[in-house]
Design a protein around this ligand. Sequence first.
Ligand code: SF4
Ligand code: MSK
Length: 636
Amino acid sequence: MNNCEEKSIDCASKEILNISTEKGFCTAFDRHEVMEPECGFGQLGICCKNCVMGPCRIDPFGEGAKEGICGATADVIAARNLIRMLAAGAAAHSDHGRDIAHTLLATSEGKTKGYTVKGKEKLFTLAKELNVKTENRKIEEIAHDVAEKCFAEFGQQHGELQFTHRAPKKRQELWRKGRFMPRGIDREIVEIMHRTHIGVDNDHENLIQQGIRASLGDGWGGSMIATDLSDVIFGMPEPIRSITNLGVLKEDEVNVIVHGHEPTLSDVIVAASQDKELLELAKSYGAKGINLAGICCTANEILMRHGISVAGNFLQQELAVITGAVDLMLVDVQCIMPALGNLCQCFHTKFVSTSPKAKFPFAEHVEFSEEDALPIAKKIVRMAVENYKNRKKELVKIPKDKMELIAGFTAEYVYKMLGGKYRSTYRPLNDAIISGRLRGAAGIVGCNNPKVKHDWAHVTLAKELIKKDVLVVVTGCSAIADAKAGLLVPEAAKKYAGRGLQEICEAVGIPPVLHLGSCVDCSRILTTLANVVLEGGLGEDISDLPVAGAAPEWMSEKAVSIGFYVAASGVYTVLGFPFPVLGGKKITQLLTKDLEKLVGANFDFEPDPVKAADLIIKHLDKKREALKLKPVMYGE
Ligand code: SF4
Ligand code: MSK
């Protein structure tokens, strides 16, 4: 691969990509080139292997098959494939939530080593919401019942998920009427698998209805449980400074990278990396310290609560190894490339898998259990320290690039941030939108994808929006992209934001782009939107608000689920790549046009981030007009 300039906007990544090319290493960027041209049937969503009469594929243009052997049309096949993707994404998020609930339960029973209830205030708020008694009870007893109530949400067979009641009343009614209201987190995922079996649901609209229901079970269920119970165990995030990019790796320290999604192990790794005995051991090997950094969402979790630095986002996982400076990379679940094991063989890097759910070629498996968390974390950090002496100095090349950032914003923090000292309220945020100082808000989330220049679409879209007085909130790999580009510091407002947003950022001391956390923390966006509606003055439903969502570089099935629950919550959503459904005309029409009649918002597919920004601005202005708000104060 020669044209590294074209692969990323990030200088550190380009530098390592050049080294990779020179030395003949193979990364996702190279494998993507080898894969081209990608399968057109797959891209259009019109191949099916749901039974072995097939595989069947629909010919979208020529004289070939217009139906599968069972008679399934392109629309049905595309809808089935899409909601199966969604089911996998919802399952991934929700299983993460289940694991956090397990950790809280075990902690409340005194069965874990390394965890306590740090977010007591949040625990009491949740207890109230879930009808758990708090008077004259120990924290452990309350935590136990809160965990059990959350557990029950997974297996519930009928009724409504508790946290859906956070949504505005009007939205809840719409969900009930349209049969979108999720009954149980697992149930909706299982029902997708049933309906997409051969010969069950053969109506693309009905299939999408169930997809929406399962996605809401993720956003207002599994992901929300993951976020809220993480706040209970690990503490509420608060704005915190840190640094990001490959330049956070240190030549003279033991470098440990945590990669994946769940905070349970990474949080205790933070404690283990500060252990006196291990620090002494590191010194005895000639290292000045133990340097912990993260990749992907596990990074976001420990960044939000401990200010641990972030080495990079999804497409930088292999690049971190190629710096030659990583002594150990430990992984848990999700977004971990199986290629890492092989790549680590070219360096001294130890590659350690920890989850019984996720094993990898060439990985050393050290199984994690919440019950023994701290001893296991110390064992892994010790492995890193002992591997420091094996570093091949001649292979070490750490880019200089690193950037400061502030992370740690939450729905709860908005009360403090904008509400002022005397009254906790969302009023100033609502007033800023009503007065036109802010045009509205947009959430930009999701992954990297080698089909688009790394980080380019995230950063361009964010810059275009803040320029036009749109407050941007970010999660996941999008947040890391913007952080590396310098958008997550208050000074970015002066440089990039429109005058209205600049005034707000300066008054409050916040960046124009707010980091809300990991992928499951997209649920923080939902809670924030519900709070904005509740505060009043901006309509009765989330779909009335001048807000939008975007995932310009998405790739994972989790992003399908996020996209669906965001749209089904009433937020217009622009995706950088289309869902693989374009081979079905009716389903494409449903998702990009008719969905608005069903849930008050639809999708648009737009790869050009400048055009995507235009679509979002147009949408925000349309919503402002419908609410009869004043024109935007300083905008064009
Ligand atoms: Fe073909 Fe229908 Fe079987 Fe799919 S379910 S493989 S379309 S026969
Ligand atoms: S890590 S799902 S690549 S955002 Fe959450 Fe990044 Fe996408 Fe994974």
